[in-house]
Design a binder for this molecule. Structure first.
Ligand SMILES: NC(=O)N[C@H]1NC(=O)NC1=O
Length: 174
């Protein structure tokens, strides 16, 4: 979809198309619609990032809490959003053996117990080995560091999701 077509969308359609660029947070698409017309896809991304940054810390944690675990229950039961399903599949998380799944489940649970929100990483920029490594490493951080890091990962996930929705005639996709 090109930027002109996007700018002419009524908010219902905008939310239905962009409502999951931040996982299970359609309120973000509903909010940034007010900022139309967008000069480019990059401007949509900037508006989303500004919205996220303006949230109180509890709001940022709330966004993290809307994310499904990597290789978690939703993947096993087929209840992931299509975007998350594709990302987790791209990182090979749907092809793990039982031992690997249970190690991941244990680390995810440990992370959640320590920080109060789930471990979030951009799966498309990783594979299952690097995800487990980062999970281990990041468990050693403080809560504030992890809140900030998780939000940066959400922005990266969002950037890639937007890229597959916004096309333009210009050289740069976004
Ligand atoms: N927990 C977590 O990081 N989940 C997300 N990461 C990603 O790339 N897609 C997701 O759903």
């Amino acid at each position: 979809m090109d930027i002109e077509a996007i700018n002419s969308l009524p908010y219902e359609d905008f939310v239905s198309i962009f409502g999951n660029v931040v996982e299970r947070c359609p309120i973000i698409a509903a909010a940034v619609w007010s900022g139309r017309p967008f000069p480019s896809g990059a401007a949509i991304e900037a508006a989303i990032n500004a919205f996220i940054e303006a949230l109180p810390e509890s709001g940022k944690e709330g966004i993290l809490r809307c994310h499904p675990d990597l290789a978690g229950k939703d993947l096993q039961s087929g209840t992931l959003t299509p975007e998350s399903r594709e990302e987790q599949g791209a990182a090979g998380l749907d092809r793990m053996g039982a031992a690997e799944v249970s190690r991941m489940t244990r680390l995810n649970a440990e992370y959640k117990a320590r920080f109060g929100f789930p471990f979030v990483v951009c799966a498309r920029m990783n594979d299952r080995t690097s995800i487990v490594e980062q999970l281990r490493e990041r468990l050693g951080n403080t809560q504030a560091q992890e809140r900030a890091r998780g939000v940066e990962e959400v922005k990266e996930i969002c950037r890639l999701r937007l890229q597959s929705l916004v096309h333009s005639d210009q050289k740069h996709k976004l």
